[in-house]
Design a protein around this ligand. Sequence first.
Ligand SMILES: [Zn+2]
Length: 458
Amino acid sequence: QDGRIVSKRRVGCFAYSIVGEELKISSQYESLKKMRSWGFKVPDYSVISGSLSDVFNYLDKWDKDRFNLPYEIDGIVIKVNSFDHQFNLGYTAKAPRWAVAFKFNSEQIKTKLLSVEYQVGRTGAITPVANLKPVLLSGTTVKRASLHNSDQIKKFSLRLGDTVLIEKGGEIIPKIVSVDDNNSRVKREIIKFILQCPSCGTQLIRIKGEAQHYCPNSNFCDPQNIGKIQHFVSRKAMNIDGLGNERIALFYRQKIISNIADLYSISPESLRELDGMGDRSIKKLFDSIESSKNRPFHKVLFGLGIRHVGETVALKLTNTFKSIDEIISLNIESLISVNEIGEKIAKSIVDYFQDSDNIDVLNKLKDAGLIFSIQEKSKSVNNRLSNKKIIVTGTFSSSRDELKDKILFLGGTISSSISKNIDFIICGENPGPTKIEKANQLGLKIISEVDFYEMIQT
Ligand SMILES: [Zn+2]
C-alpha cells in the first residue's frame, strides 16, 4: 500500500536465471556465474551434484543449516544443469520437466490459545482471530493465528486455554494445525461463535453454501464503512495516494468522511487541525483525489466494493455493458447471461443497486465527475490493434472465440505460428508449453487475459 514503508524494509533479490539470445552459455551453473560477474546477487551455495545421493545429502545438510542463513528459505530447487538437456526434456502443461522444488517441513511450535476476537471485513464478513501466548516461530514473534470461519473452531472443538500447534505456511499469518487433546480440556466449554456483530451488534447471517458469517448492516457498521473506503482508494481501484489505512480510520472517526463519496467533498480546513497534515500533504492528497476522477469505468466499478465483484468481473461487466445505468437496470437473468457471471455474483450486484443508500453514494460520485461509462470510442480506438500480430494460447474465462472476435474487431491479426514478428501473446490457463518456451527464447511479450482487456479499454 505505502511505498515509503516498503522502501524502509531491506528487501533483497537473488537472481536465478537469465534469458537472452547471445549469452554464449550452455548451463544453469554457467548462467549463475555470469550473473555474479555482472554484479547480481546470486546465492553462494549453489553446487553441481554428481549423483542423486549427492542431492539428498545436500537437502539433509540444508534442512539443518538453513537456520544459520541471514534470510529464510522454505526449500531448494534442483535443476538439470545442461540447457540442451533442459530443452529436450521440455515442459508439462504446468511445469518444466527439468526442475523440481523441494520444500522443507514448515516449522511448528506449541503455544496457548488465550482468546478469540472477531474482525469485520469491508463486505461484512466475520473472521475469527486467535490471540496466542507469544512464541518465536521462524524468526518472528507470533501472537495471533487466523481461524478463517466458524467451521475451523468446530473442527478443533477449540476451548480457551487449549494448547495448540501452530505453523507458518505460505501465508503471513500462521495457522493452527492441531490441538493437544487431554482430559482436563473437556471440562472447559467449546468456544461459541458470536451471534451478533462485535462492532454494531446486528444479528449475523450465514448465506447458504458459504462458510463465512456476515454482518448484514452494510451501511452503518463502522469497520465495514472504513474497509470500503480503504478498498476504494487502493491502488487497483482509484489509486488515491496519501490515504493509508490508519489515516482513513482517523478521518472516519473525526467524521470528515463517512463514505467513499465524501472523499470528493473534503474541505482543506477540516484537515488542517489533524496531526501530521501539513499544507504539502494536504495539497498532495487533493491532487491525488482529483486525478482519481480520470480512472476508467472498470476501476471505478471495482472500487465500489460490491461483494464478489473483483477486478476480472468488473472488467467483464464494463466490456459487456457500457454504462453504470445499464448495469443498474439489469435483472439477475440478464447478468447471468454474461459469461462467467453466476447466480452468486448476479444476486450480489442486484442487491447492491437495490439499496437506496448505495444509489445516493453513486449519485454523489457521478456529481463529482467520476467516469461511469465506457468513453465513446473514437475511430482510432477501434483500430488500436491494427498492424498487431497476436497469438492466443491456453483457455480463458471467456470463450476463445470471443477473445478472437475482439482482436479482429479492433483491427488485429491472429497468428498461429511463433516468430519474431509477433507483437504479443495472450496467455490463458494451461498454455501450449512449446509456444511459451519459444516465446521466451524470442523475448516476446506475454500478457494475461486481464492485461489484454485493460489494454483495449484504457
Ligand atoms: Zn456490524
